[in-house]
Ligand binder design. Structure first.
Ligand code: NAP
Length: 326
C-alpha cells in the first residue's frame, strides 16, 4: 500500500507518499481500507519531529479516518467486512490501509458522505471527553471556546448548543467569527482586538464562563482563571501559547474552580474505547439527525498532504481539512 512517511522531520515537504508494507490486523483489531483521513494540528508537530507516536502506534501520521472494513482480526464481533466506518486512531490514518482496535470504530451515520465522516472522530472524541465527561458542561451554562473556527472549535460550538448551553468563542478574524455565529455561537470575540475576559464578563452579567475549552495553554492561563465563573472548569487541550505559565492558586481557590489537561492520543485503549462508546451513545444520534455536522474546509488528495499541512499552518481554514485517497 501507499502511506505518507516522514523520512526526515521538517517542513511540509518532509511528507513523502511512499510504498510501505500493508498493516496486519492484530487480535481485537480490524483492517480499514481508508477513504479519507483528516489533518490535526498534532500532525504538524509529528512532521517536525516534536510529537512521536505512542509506543506500538503506526509510525505514519493520521489520528482519524473513514473507510470500509477489509479484514477482521481474531476476537472481534459486531463488525463485518464491507462495513462503512470511521475511526479514532493513534496514528497511521495517512495511508491506504490502517489496523484499528475495534473499540475505536464508529459506524458512518446514515446519510453522511463517507469522506466527510473522516472529519468527525478526533474532534468529537476530544470535545466530548473534555467538555462533557471531564468538565460536565450543563444546559444553561456558558462555554468559552478558544479558536472557535478550528476543527475542534466548530464541533465544540455545535455540541454545546445541542445540549442547551450558551457559547462564547474567540477567533482572529471577523469572517471566522461570522462562521462561528452560523454554527450557533452566541458571544463573538475577536482576540486580536478585544479582551476576552472583559467581553465574557460583560455578556454574562459579570459571572464569567462555567467551562473553558482552551487551545493556548500558558499564554491564556492567567486570563482563563480570571474569566472562570465560581465552580468553573478549565479544560486545557492545547499548548499553542506555550507549556509553562504562572497559576494564581488564590484566584482558583476563591472560585472553587478546577483545571484539567488531557491528550487523547496518549490515553490507554480502555479509555479511548469508553470515550468512543459514549460518543456513539450521545453524539451519533445528533449527527444522524443532522443537528451536528462535520465542518469541512476542503478536500485534498492524500498524496499531497504537504499542501494540507500548509493550509493548517496558514490558518485560513474553518473546520477540518480532509485528505482523500484517490
Ligand atoms: N489534547 C487533545 O487531545 C487534543 C486533540 C485534538 C486537538 N487538540 C488541540 O486543539 C487545538 C485545535 O486543534 P485543531 O486540529 O482543530 O487545529 P486548527 O484547526 O489548526 O486550529 C487552531 C486554532 O488556533 C486558533 N488560535 C491561534 N492563536 C489563537 C489565539 N491567540 N487565541 C485563540 N485562538 C487562537 C486559530 O484561530 P485563528 O486562525 O483565528 O487565529 C485556529 O482556530 C490545537 O491546539 C490542538 O493541538 C488537542
Amino acid at each position: 500500500m501507499h502511506a505518507i512517511t516522514i523520512p526526515e522531520p521538517g517542513g511540509p515537504e518532509a511528507l513523502v507518499w511512499d510504498e510501505v508494507p500493508d498493516p496486519e490486523p492484530g487480535e481485537g483489531e480490524v483492517l480499514v481500507e481508508v477513504a479519507a483521513s483528516a489533518v490535526n494540528r498534532a500532525d504538524l508537530l509529528q512532521r517536525q519531529g516534536f510529537y512521536d507516536p505512542p509506543p506500538g502506534a503506526s509510525p505514519y501520521p493520521g489520528l482519524e479516518c473513514s473507510g470500509r472494513i477489509a479484514a477482521i482480526g481474531s476476537g472481534v464481533s459486531g463488525w463485518s467486512i464491507g462495513d462503512e466506518v470511521c475511526a479514532l486512531l493513534s496514528g497511521g490514518g495517512y495511508a491506504e490501509k490502517v489496523a484499528v482496535p475495534a473499540g475505536q470504530l464508529l459506524p458512518v451515520p446514515s446519510g453522511l458522505d463517507l469522506n466527510r465522516a473522516a472529519a468527525l472522530p478526533e474532534v468529537v472524541c476530544t470535545v466530548w471527553s473534555n467538555v462533557f465527561m471531564i468538565a460536565h458542561l450543563r444546559p444553561g451554562e456558558t462555554l468559552l471556546v478558544h479558536g472557535g473556527s478550528s476543527g475542534i472549535g466548530t464541533m465544540a460550538i455545535q455540541l454545546a448548543k445541542a445540549i442547551g448551553a450558551r457559547v462564547a468563542v474567540t477567533a482572529g478574524t471577523e469572517e471566522k467569527l461570522r462562521r462561528c455565529a452560523e454554527l450557533g455561537a452566541d458571544i463573538l470575540i475577536n482576540y486580536r482586538e478585544q479582551d476576552f475576559v472583559e467581553e465574557v464578563r460583560k455578556a454574562t452579567d459579570g459571572k464569567g464562563a462555567d467551562v473553558i475549552l482552551d487551545n493556548m495553554g500558558a499564554k491564556y492561563l492567567d486570563r482563563n482563571v480570571r474569566v472562570l465563573a465560581v465552580n468553573g472548569r478549565l479544560a486545557i487541550i492545547g499548548m499553542q501559547g506555550g507549556v509553562k505559565g504562572e497559576l494564581n492558586i488564590g484566584a482558583l481557590l476563591a472560585k472553587r474552580a478546577a483545571i484539567s489537561a488531557t491528550s487523547l492520543r496518549a490515553r490507554p485503549l480502555e479509555e479511548k474505547t469508553a470515550i468512543v462508546a459514549a460518543v456513539r451513545e450521545h453524539v451519533w444520534p445528533l449527527v444522524a439527525g443532522g443537528r451536528v455536522v462535520p465542518v469541512v474546509d476542503q478536500e485534498i488528495p492524500m498524496h499531497d498532504a504537504a499542501t494540507a499541512h500548509r493550509v493548517l499552518e496558514d490558518s485560513g481554514h474553518v473546520g477540518k481539512v480532509l485528505l482523500v485517497v484517490p
